[in-house]
Design a protein around this ligand. Sequence first.
Ligand SMILES: [Zn+2]
Length: 457
Amino acid sequence: MNDERIEEALQEATDTRNVTIGEGVLASVADVFEKGFGDSEAVIVADENTFGVAGKEVQRHLEEADRKLIEPYVFSGEPALYAEYDNIETLVEALREHDAVPIAVGSGTLNDIVKRASDECERPYMCVGTAASMDGYTAFGASIEKDGHKQTLTCPAPRAVLADVNILVGAPARMTASGYADLLGKVTSGADWLIADALEVEEIDPKGWSLVQDHLRGWIGEPSELKAGDGEAMDQLIEGLVMSGLAMQSYQSSRTASGAEHQFSHLWEGEGLGRDDDPPLSHGFKVGVGSIAIAALYERVLERDLGDLDIEAIRASWPTSEELEREVRAAHTTPGLDEAAVEQSLAKYVSADELAERLKLLSEIWPALREKVAEQLMPAGQLREMLEEAGCPTSPEEIGLGWEDFKATYSRARMIRSRYTVLDLAAETGIFDECIEELFAPGGFWAPGTAPQSQAD
Ligand SMILES: [Zn+2]
């Protein structure tokens, strides 16, 4: 771990005060706890798997340091713990029987459950990560299924986070691969922010930007070493994931770490793709396929001269907000998700006149913006290779999605978040449909027969 980088990020973070990453750092868990919570009692929360992997050790270290402990709360290990609200309610009930500070020992799902349950009990908590599987350890908010669909429930990030590289390298390979894909998504999310900034939709926050982007290429640079279990590559991965979460705290928004590739993932997640797989399809695997898809779209977009558009023609064919709403309702029919999509789409809707203004601005800045975005991005084929090397799925088939649904995701994903991305740029410049057709036509990136053979069984 690069101490300086982490320290700098912690200065900006709102909730997290301490991050400890490294080989063998589990031995310092009692010290870290004391720094964060003084003489408070502690309660370990884990599932049967993570309790065996690290929970027992955490307990031993805390006992040796004479920390007062409540009996650990251990969820069942089979079937895999799912991020649903029922689990939070049960945990909250148990936590209300005492005042102890929860120590979540586990990965994404467990951390999210403890994060929200602790907040409902108005308590800070600590997290001991057992897999580098996503960037949520240091992020606020918890991704939980409630009222029939996945949503992000508000709650602060943990006060202290500890991740022992020796434990992380022992995690199931698919979990590490998932974390790698989540981190790789910052390549396209960065490009989206560059566009939003240049078009004066959402200005880049230099701190939030640099915490994620300055060292990104280093963090994602060793996919095959990572897959082989290399400690140094793991150290890079977990640092990148932790920094991404801290950047979200710093900017108080996920813009720093999430763009159109996450909109693909959120759409699939909301509709339950892979929910009943065992284990369920991970967040990172969806983000990975989304990242390739968005990088491929960028290639089609950047090939064009968006400085030379027929602005009047685009203005004339631009939908009214009523027309847009009808379009969104036709594309989103899942109860609950339809209303949300309308709300999000209208939040970023601009009138035909406003659009014409925006396109005028685009015509002035396009050459410089195109260059900047191209520098930020990596070729879609390269992202696919890196994901493959890390052991991630890289095609819709491998995540259980049909080609028609995958193609439709491009326009549908745009509608579910108000965040401005390349999907909006393509739509607003009138090139969306032709770009998508090119991607799936013979010779295109997603042309039938060009995607690698499914590796899933
Ligand atoms: Zn993510």
